[in-house]
Design a protein around this ligand. Sequence first.
Ligand SMILES: Cc1cc2nc3c(=O)[nH]c(=O)nc-3n(C[C@H](O)[C@H](O)[C@H](O)COP(=O)(O)O)c2cc1C
Length: 425
Amino acid sequence: MASLSLKQLGGGNRSAAAQLPGSRSRPGSAPPSRVGFRVLASGDRAEPDLSVTVNGLNMPNPFVIASGPPGTNYTVMKRAFDEGWGAVIAKTVSLEAEKVINVTPRYARLRAGVNGSAKGQIIGWENIELISDRPLETMLKEFKQLKDEYPDRILIASIMEEYNKAAWEELIDRVEQSGVDAIEINFSCPHGMPERKMGAAVGQDCALLEEVCGWINAKATLPVWAKMTPNITDITQPSRVALKSGCEGVAAINTIMSVMGINLDTLRPEPCVEGYSTPGGYSSKAVHPIALAKVMGIAKMMKSEFDDKDHTLSAIGGVETGGDAAEFILLGADTVQVCTGVMMHGYGLVKKLCAELKDFMKMHNFSRIEDFRGASLQYFTTHTDLVQRQQEAIRQRKAIRKGLQSDKDWTGDGFVKETESMVSN
Ligand SMILES: Cc1cc2nc3c(=O)[nH]c(=O)nc-3n(C[C@H](O)[C@H](O)[C@H](O)COP(=O)(O)O)c2cc1C
């Protein structure tokens, strides 16, 4: 007979799909309840199932190509599908690509170890890259071609526009006609675009964000994710505004405003373009702990304020291992996006991510993503509460302290037991 093991079941109650202003009806099956226990026969334990259903979109695994260089054109997006990514978010598009003019070099890296060492592991990545500089029509044609060739795979368009209702409406309309499955709104590009009141300029201003989200959600018929900037004091505030305004999901984080460094020979900042630079967006391993904190904050807010709704969270920042992804999922993420990791390790990275995530799941007897999604959120509390918990723990430890405090405490009756209470082996 196979031995039996108790296993916690996962699954958030996101099936209610309450109709918010501007919210769309969503296809797809409801995820299972997260509460309860299931008895598994360990003898016939199957491979962990990585598939997820997010806002009605079925993905073979939670790994999503984040908007950026890995989603710039047909060739690379096709490659991502062929390698097995759960979904692809294309590079951000806008109506007027001719206004987007990039510079080179546009990236600068931070290595662990001595400043300037060429040997240390790459832990940080700054970019001053703008959104897609390819004509919208070209990108839309490629989206259509990809959806024709991969009808079962999830393709998400990332869009950004100026503060202009008609422009947003036109962009949404054209993008939806290309056949994509969902839309991510880039409210978070930290460089270049804020100068045109785009990207982070909207994501950092809750009043502006509410207005623009209102336009978007009144127009869009596909699920909408709002991609948030970490370059703000409290990321939960714009996230809340986006969800209240009808967005189905939040994605976080975009890059963190940074200056990669100063070349100590030339005294010029990096990345150096004709002797000058401008602050850019920081990504890769070094941002992972910051992203975890932001995702934790958003997840807690979503759980306490939107728990019964079909809202989803896509976590981004410094993912290179299945363990990095497991951390985000333990904090409540439905999907995990990767950008810089793909730029450094290639599209095949998804195979390693899936294998490592499965290893983690096997270690804990989790059979599905929902079994552990959000499981670690409960362990976050306030510092005041930590102090109280520690004082109580010390009090309890003292109460059960073994051994005698002083020689005056020896008794005749309990002498042997008192002796044993002070033996170490
Ligand atoms: C070179 C580069 C270009 C990017 N371009 C975009 C973009 O066009 N739109 C967008 O929403 N995010 C863009 N991002 C941000 C990433 O999608 C992601 O949010 C960020 O890099 C953190 O994730 P990572 O550490 O996995 O790279 C870009 C990031 C990099 C490194």
